[in-house]
Structure formats: structure tokens, C-alpha cells
Ligand binder design. Structure first.
Ligand code: AMP
Ligand code: MG
Length: 400
């Protein structure tokens, strides 16, 4: 029996780092940066006003703290004004947020502290020298690294890239992942169900999981437990992929189509991993393409994807942090766990506490859909009282 870490390493070793490609900013959302990107310009690019108000010399307006000061308004500077007029002694400039600060000014008096005059302004209060100024380069200097390799590109990162004048970003190509479910009992959702039949759900689950991990998933129509049909589907499609994920057909029963079909090839290794759910696992290559074979129970498929495939995909994408966030949590109630197997129970984490959602059964998909974390119980722990501290893995895509 393999440990969780051993099988994680085996799966991760199958997927090389994806090649780089350059994409326009508009296409970079959700991707991962492949190389450091430097700022083309400093931010702010020039000293400017943080408020709508009046640019002044602090020494000339400091006494407004005691009694109002009246000064002529020599210039009006809206944002975007490009000529720079120095501040003449004994005057102020009316200035808007983001407009360049005139040389000579060392404070901006917010309009709220004045009578808002346009020819002459009455200043009724004053703030310390330097107030409401944004200094050139205080956010980032020109040529400084703005975004580091391995950063996920979300709203804030794309905003920064645009702000520093970058138009294209180096990212890693999204791995193309084929998802193939197996099972003679499976029926496509929307079709009538016969006796003993169930709706095929793992492909919907796995396609979404791949996309959430940053991959590009393609669902192959599921196949029955027929070795020839399974193998011909795999062989017809696998060459176009970076990874094939199968579900079902890898347990200890009879009619284990994935195991039976791949056993003859000798390039896929089937093992038991010391975890629950998701014990029976397989990994290897078919026609040179990486393959990971997940067990069919939907919760097992989900957890195995989380534990083995997601980190491998994210590593291949170059994520600086390929793993989920983890948090310590106090158990709301007691729990039991079999010896020798790491448990990944479904839980709801809230404010440092975690409650188990449903039992350990790996068929409990409705409970899975209500969970927002996996509760990790180590191999050597068989019982935990309420209040004990456990590690939880925070999963996305769940109800928050
Ligand atoms: P298997 O690993 O093929 O023995 O399947 C284990 C359990 O998961 C059985 O109850 C299957 O009916 C169920 N199962 C397998 N594949 C799927 C699937 N694609 N969608 C929903 N349930 C599945
Ligand atoms: Mg099956």
C-alpha cells in the first residue's frame, strides 16, 4: 500500500511544466504568470493630489488651524492637465484628485476644509505638511518586478499589469485534460432511468474540477464496462491530450474495465493508497500520454482529484502555491476514523470550527455539495473528541 505522499509524487511526476505562451491582458484572467514582469512606469508616475482641494505651501496656510487664511487661486488643475505651472508664493492652485502637483506645493487642503472659492479661497483648517500628496514611485518604481512568476492572475494582478503599461503577459499553456467515465450502469442526465441505472455525474464533477484547477477539460462520452470499447475510445482520443483522467473500474471487484484494459499495456500501475475515500488508484501512461485512473464513487473521485490531480496540474501550470489553503479547526463533534488510513471527511468550516457533513460514505454526493472543506484525520488517529484540533483543506466551488 502506498502513502498519500508517494502517490502524489507519482502523479506529479507524470506532468511536466507546461510550455510558455504570451497572451493579451484580456485573455490572461485566471492564468498563471510564467515569468517575472516588470513595471514599465513608476506608480504613481508623478507627484499628484490624493484629494479634490487646493495645492498650497504649508508654511503659508499653517495658521488656518487658528483662524481662516484667504489666498488667491492662481491656477485650476483638473486631472489630465499636461502643462506644469509652478506654485507662485502667496497663491494656491485649485487641484483635483490625480492631477499633477505643482512644484512648490507641499500640502493639499481638501475642499471640505475651505469655502470652495475659485478666485480667492478661504482655508478654514489645515493638516500636517505633506498631507494628501501621492508621491511618485511610492507604490512601485519603474523596472521593479510588478508581478512574480507563479502568481495567479486575478482582478488585482491584471489591474496592476495595465497600470504599469503592460499589454501582454507570459503564462503557461493550460493542460488539455480528457475526462472519461466508465460504467455499464450509467445514463446521461436527461434520459429516462431504467432499473439499476444511475445518472453519470463524475464527468460533470471532474470537468469542473479540472477547469477550477486551471486546466482545459474535454469530456469524452462515457463508456460501458467493455474493455474493447474503453480501449478504442482511449486510443482514438488520447494523443490530443496532456492528461487523461478516467473514473470507475479500478476497484477489487469483477468487471473492473479500466484495470483490465490497462493491465495488458504494462504502463499503468494500479495501487492501493492508504486513504479514505479514494483507496484504489492508478497512474501511468498510455501511448506516452499521462493517465490517472480515479475510483468511481463520486466522493472518491472528487477527493482523489483534490489530493492527487489538482496539485499536479497546478504544479504543471507553474503556480507558486500549488496546494489548497489549510487551516487548523476545532471539531464541533467527536469523530472516529479507521487505523492506518488518512481520512478526508467532508466538513463545513466556519470561524475556526468545523462540523462533519454526512458520514464517511463515498456515495454521499449531496453531502459533498454542502461541504466547504475536507477534514484531514491522520493515519494513526482513530478517535477524536469534540473540541480537538484538526487540519482542514479549504475547497473552492463549495457554498461559502
Ligand atoms: P466503480 O469504481 O466503477 O466500481 O464505481 C463505484 C461506484 O461509483 C458505483 O456505485 C458506481 O455506480 C458509481 N459510479 C461510477 N462511475 C460513476 C459516474 N461516472 N457517475 C456516477 N456514479 C458513478
Ligand atoms: Mg464501474
Amino acid at each position: 500500500m502506498r502513502t498519500v505522499e508517494e502517490h502524489q509524487a507519482a502523479v506529479a511526476a507524470l506532468l511536466p511544466l507546461m510550455p510558455e505562451e504570451d497572451v493579451a491582458l484580456a485573455e490572461a484572467h485566471g492564468r498563471v504568470l510564467a515569468r517575472d514582469v516588470s513595471a514599465r512606469v513608476a506608480l504613481p508616475g508623478f507627484d499628484n493630489s490624493a484629494m479634490d482641494g487646493y495645492a498650497a505651501r504649508w508654511a503659508e496656510v499653517a495658521s488656518a488651524a487658528d483662524e481662516p487664511v484667504r489666498l488667491p487661486v492662481a491656477e485650476d488643475i483638473p486631472a489630465g492637465r499636461t502643462d506644469v505651472v509652478p506654485l507662485a508664493p502667496g497663491t494656491v492652485h485649485r487641484i483635483m484628485t490625480g492631477a499633477p502637483l505643482p512644484p512648490g506645493a507641499d500640502v493639499v487642503i481638501p475642499v471640505e476644509l475651505t469655502d470652495a472659492g475659485t478666485d480667492v479661497v478661504e482655508i478654514r483648517g489645515v493638516l500636517p505638511a505633506g498631507s494628501h500628496l501621492r508621491r511618485a514611485g511610492e507604490d512601485i518604481a519603474a523596472d521593479e518586478v510588478a508581478l512574480h512568476a507563479g502568481s495567479p492572475l486575478g482582478a488585482a494582478q491584471l489591474g496592476l499589469a495595465a497600470a504599469v503599461g503592460v499589454t501582454r503577459l507570459p503564462v503557461r499553456r493550460r493542460p488539455r485534460v480528457l475526462v472519461l467515465s466508465t460504467g455499464s450502469e450509467l445514463v446521461a442526465p436527461g434520459q429516462p432511468l431504467g432499473p439499476g441505472q444511475i445518472y453519470e455525474s463524475n464527468s460533470a464533477l471532474l470537468v469542473a474540477a479540472v477547469e477550477e484547477a486551471g486546466g482545459q477539460a474535454r469530456r469524452l462520452h462515457f463508456v460501458p464496462d467493455d474493455v474493447d470499447q474503453f480501449l478504442s475510445t482511449v486510443r482514438a482520443e488520447v494523443a490530443t491530450a496532456d492528461l487523461l483522467i478516467t473514473s470507475g473500474g479500478v476497484s477489487a471487484g469483477a468487471y473492473e474495465v479500466v484495470k483490465d484494459a490497462f493491465a495488458g499495456l504494462g504502463t499503468v500501475e494500479f495501487t492501493k493508497v492508504g486513504m479514505q475515500p479514494g483507496g484504489p488508484q492508478g497512474a501511468g501512461t498510455v501511448d506516452g500520454i499521462p493517465v490517472v485512473t480515479l475510483p468511481g464513487n463520486p466522493v472518491s473521485s472528487f477527493v482523489s482529484f483534490e489530493v492527487f490531480v489538482r496539485p499536479a496540474l497546478r504544479r504543471a501550470l507553474g503556480y507558486a502555491s500549488p496546494d489548497r489553503l489549510r487551516a487548523p479547526a476545532r471539531l464541533a463533534g467527536p469523530l472516529r476514523s479507521p487505523a492506518g488510513k488518512r481520512q478526508f471527511l467532508r466538513g463545513r468550516y466556519d470561524g475556526g470550527q468545523v462540523s462533519q457533513v454526512g458520514g464517511p460514505g463515498s456515495h454521499l454526493v449531496a453531502h459533498l455539495a454542502r461541504a466547504n472543506c475536507l477534514v484531514v484525520v491522520p493515519e494513526d488517529v482513530t478517535e477524536l473528541p469534540a473540541g480537538a484540533e484538526v487540519d482542514v483543506v479549504l475547497i473552492e466551488g463549495a457554498l461559502q
